[in-house]
Design a protein around this ligand. Structure first.
Ligand code: SAM
Length: 283
């Protein structure tokens, strides 16, 4: 992925003359998932591929370029449930000004370390908050909701919030688990933790969902709620339309051979939703 030259130069400057006390602290800190570069040949998860090489980072970068144009400088991004800041860092690296929101204190601390280490770059901030209580008075050009929605107890209501957080003409990247249909349940990695399919309504919209038992001691799990809700595909789409996203794209092609089988096994889908950029279709 080509990064804006000025940002790449600033990163390389940090790598050439790192703040040694902060680098030493980062070296001693256990990162749980995001392999963020620290120097030209070191990262927060030694021996693992960098987060820049992960399929969803590539999917996000390509979607930003495709839907928001090649020059992302001055655009804003919100990274919800940002864990230890890897995707936030990658969004900043692509040129956007970024706010990551993380509800778990120990994860947030690692985000702050990354922010401090890359302070020369600017434009990378983090907030410690439960996303359900995070109500900024502003909106963002790009909202990244990756690995978060299915950890919430009321994801239907939260899709409405994603609509409010996204600027008109902006883009939502949603990477989430989707409840499998009964015919696919047995082949799902998660069948032992998922309830039967249930039905309900959310803001007048019919939804189908399964409940999922959460182990909240894990660093990547939900916060406070020991069960979460995985909605089916149609519920996600209808709720996104209702939240003001009027074009929705599902992403395929990033995971190589066996992609559909993998997605089915992990009940995973990747969407890009655009907010209010097109006139409504005639009825
Ligand atoms: C599965 S991880 C996904 C991390 C990252 N977004 C990614 O895609 O790699 C879920 C993250 O969301 C955070 N999280 C879960 N529920 C949250 C909530 N209600 N408010 C804020 N953060 C939350 C967790 O602490 C964890 O860092």
């Amino acid at each position: 992925m080509p990064y804006p030259e000025t940002i790449q130069q600033q990163l390389e400057q940090v790598w050439r003359s790192p703040d040694m006390p902060v680098l030493d602290k980062l070296r001693k800190t256990q990162f749980v998932a995001h392999s963020i570069p620290l120097t030209a040949d070191e990262s927060t998860r030694p021996g693992e591929p960098l987060i820049s090489q992960s399929p969803r980072t590539i999917a996000i970068h390509e979607s930003l370029q495709r839907f928001m144009g090649p020059d992302l400088a001055g655009k804003t991004a919100l990274d919800l449930g940002c864990l230890e800041g890897g995707l936030s860092f990658e969004l900043r690296r692509a040129g956007l000004t970024v706010l990551g929101v993380e509800g778990r204190a120990e994860n947030y601390e690692r985000c702050l370390l990354i922010r401090h280490y890359y302070r020369a770059l600017g434009g990378l901030e983090f907030a410690h908050s439960d996303v359900r209580e995070f109500r900024p008075a502003r909106t963002f050009d790009a909202v990244v909701c990756s690995g978060l929605l299915y950890h919430l107890d009321d994801p239907a209501a939260y899709i409405g919030e994603l609509g409010r957080l996204t600027s008109p003409g902006g883009m939502l990247y949603l990477d989430t688990h989707v409840a499998p249909e009964d015919a696919c349940l047995a082949s799902s990695e998660y069948h032992a933790w998922l309830s039967g399919l249930k039905t309900g309504t959310a803001g007048g919209i019919a939804i189908r969902y399964r409940e999922y038992s959460e182990d909240i001691s894990l660093p990547e799990s939900s916060i406070g709620n020991t069960y979460s809700v995985w909605m089916d595909l149609n519920s996600h789409l209808e709720l996104m339309f209702d939240a003001g996203f009027n074009r929705i794209f599902e992403l395929h092609g990033y995971f190589g051979a066996g992609e559909q089988e993998l997605k089915q096994r992990y009940c995973r889908r990747y969407f890009v939703a655009l907010k209010g950029t097109h006139p409504p279709m005639p009825q």
